[in-house]
Design a protein around this ligand. Structure first.
Ligand code: G3H
Ligand code: 13P
Ligand code: ZN
Length: 304
């Protein structure tokens, strides 16, 4: 059943996994994992994911996902870069969009975000809106307080941002970053004190954690054993994820963990089946590994 993220947040305990998808293998893995766990799930796709699939394939896959998935599901636009992009996603049937103007000055971020919220209100559309405040990029291991204030979400600004925009959820910067290299020598430590302040100031607004992959060393080791060269890969610890959920995080974005699982199974499968040309056999193994990773994440996020 298609639901908005707002509906899913209010009816589900713990946090909801938001997985990036871009093909049949990712879609099936996510749907099957959600069915297995009997937990709602958010299938999110980036603009480059949409370009990769193309609109006709995207539409066909969306209807297939709705048929396969037996739990509430939201289709979400990840990191929408413009109002037009959000409107396109809405017209395709997405039940949630992110307008990401976090790299702009605050006033511009508020202005663009409000435009999307107003569009949805004006047209009476049942779609949720997520926006972001702060910057996630390349955090050092030992970031000092001044540096944190420059890039992390400011709790006072978060209050103003939430009030002035009317968004349904807010992505925060508290020490996560996208990709497989979230720390140089170890996992970064999330700024939970800051999260507590943001949560208090935004009065129950669902918070979103981007860049939340755990980066499994088991899968990285398999990738490297079969020809990859992925070094200094560190993700977010399970303890930090649990602490974030305790303090208002309701949506947790995972892309890298599925990618690593996909690649590990694919590389191993290619090596162990080197006389086979049955692509379907290899991709079934990849999809199954992604399903296992997704199940682990959904279960981890099912806590309060
Ligand atoms: O936050 C970004 C996601 O990991 C999507 O990445 O643009 O390569 O699909 P992508
Ligand atoms: P990861 O790179 O940690 O999986 O984060 C994905 C994400 O935030 C997508 O928006
Ligand atoms: Zn993101």
């Amino acid at each position: 059943m298609l639901s908005t993220t707002k509906e899913i947040f209010s009816s589900t305990r713990g946090a909801i996994a938001a997985f990036n998808w871009y093909n049949m293998e990712t879609a099936k893995a996510i749907s099957t994992a959600a069915n297995e766990c009997k937990r709602p799930v958010i299938l999110q796709i980036s603009e480059s994911g949409i370009r990769y699939m193309g609109i006709p394939c995207l539409k066909g896959m969306m209807s297939a996902i709705l048929e396969i998935t037996k739990v509430p599901v939201a289709f979400h636009l990840d990191h929408g870069s413009s109002i037009e992009s959000c409107i396109q996603a809405i017209s395709l049937g997405f039940s949630s969009v992110m307008i990401d103007k976090s790299h702009e000055q605050l006033e511009k971020n508020i202005e663009y975000t409000k435009q999307v919220v107003d569009y949805i209100k004006k047209h009476n559309i049942n779609t949720s809106v997520e926006a972001e405040l702060g910057t996630l990029a390349g955090i050092e291991d030992d970031i000092n307080v001044d540096e944190k204030d420059a890039v992390y979400t400011n709790p006072d600004v978060a209050k103003r941002f939430a009030e002035e925009t009317g968004i349904d959820s807010l992505a925060v910067a508290i020490g996560t970053s996208h990709g497989a290299h979230k720390g140089k020598t170890k996992s970064p430590k999330l700024d939970i004190e800051r999260l507590i302040e943001i949560h208090k100031n935004t009065q129950g607004l669902p918070l979103v954690l981007h860049g939340a992959s755990g980066v499994s060393h088991d899968d990285i080791n398999i990738c490297n054993m079969y020809g990859a060269k992925i070094e200094n890969a560190f993700g977010i610890t399970d303890d930090d994820i649990r602490a974030a959920i305790q303090h208002g995080v309701k949506k947790i974005n995972i892309d890298t963990d599925l990618r690593i699982g996909y690649m590990a199974a694919l590389r191993k499968g290619l090596h162990e089946n080197n006389s086979s040309i049955d692509v379907r056999k290899l991709l079934t193994m990849s999809s199954d590994r992604m399903r296992e990773v997704a199940v682990e994440k959904i279960k981890l996020f099912d806590c309060n």
